[in-house]
Design a protein around this ligand. Sequence first.
Ligand SMILES: NC(=O)c1ccc[n+]([C@@H]2O[C@H](COP(=O)([O-])OP(=O)(O)OC[C@H]3O[C@@H](n4cnc5c(N)ncnc54)[C@H](OP(=O)(O)O)[C@@H]3O)[C@@H](O)[C@H]2O)c1
Length: 247
Amino acid sequence: MTQSILIVGATSGIAEAVARIYAGRGARLFLVARNAEKLNVIASDLSVRGASDIATYVMDANDTVSLPEMLDTAWRRFSRIDAVLIAYGTLPDQVRCETDINYAVREFRTNAESIISCLASLAIRFEKQGDGVIAVIGSVAGDRGRASNYLYGAAKAAIDTFASGLRSRLLKSGVHVLTIKPGFVDTPMTRGLPLPSILLAPAKKVAVDIVRAIEKKRDVLYTPWFWQFIMLIILHIPNLVLKRIKL
Ligand SMILES: NC(=O)c1ccc[n+]([C@@H]2O[C@H](COP(=O)([O-])OP(=O)(O)OC[C@H]3O[C@@H](n4cnc5c(N)ncnc54)[C@H](OP(=O)(O)O)[C@@H]3O)[C@@H](O)[C@H]2O)c1
């Protein structure tokens, strides 16, 4: 059966790689992003790659007032949505966050509050539909606050906790919630950062893991898989030690 997939943040490097997999399977795609020009280029490419129907919707994720209209349009277009991927986000400048508090709050709004609004609004729609998968991209950074990126980490932790509660709430309605925790992924977000190349995964590889986790209705996905073990070690570092090391 042709699947209908909604992607919020469709111009993200990870989202585009996921959309390519679904397009190759002939899925119907409803793509949401704030940059119309970029979105149209991606939509044309996905059409060539085999998507059976594509709709685009331009919206800034922080404009949460527009969420109901966007969701109405998506459900009207495809009558049902099999899976949604919430993929947008920013990587805040942690040093700036330490002195520019308004900037820090704005970044938290983009990376946590607006995503929680999106999850909450989607939950109501999917609950009515009675099935489907809600997948949201968090990060391994949400597992433990570290000096190098704790504003971003705090936002991802908020998503993780919200998604965990939502998963329990929606269980009886047949709706599944997946939290995706990537490690370092090679996308515009990480371009230019001094990351160890051995740990930098291609977006294509992460996308394969995401699509499989949606299919298998996994609760939490660490991608690539070895991040689960890296985070297990980081989670077990005592606070006494963690606060003294630059991680
Ligand atoms: N790359 C990594 O190493 C990594 C690791 C862990 C988690 N993640 C998470 O993975 C997700 C996807 O990131 P990515 O790696 O694919 O990075 P990316 O290619 O830089 O994508 C980020 C996307 O977020 C969009 N965005 C930012 N603010 C927005 C807003 N206010 N409204 C609408 N869209 C907005 C950007 O839109 P524009 O195209 O208009 O700028 C862009 O499409 C993010 O949640 C990120 O935190 C990434």
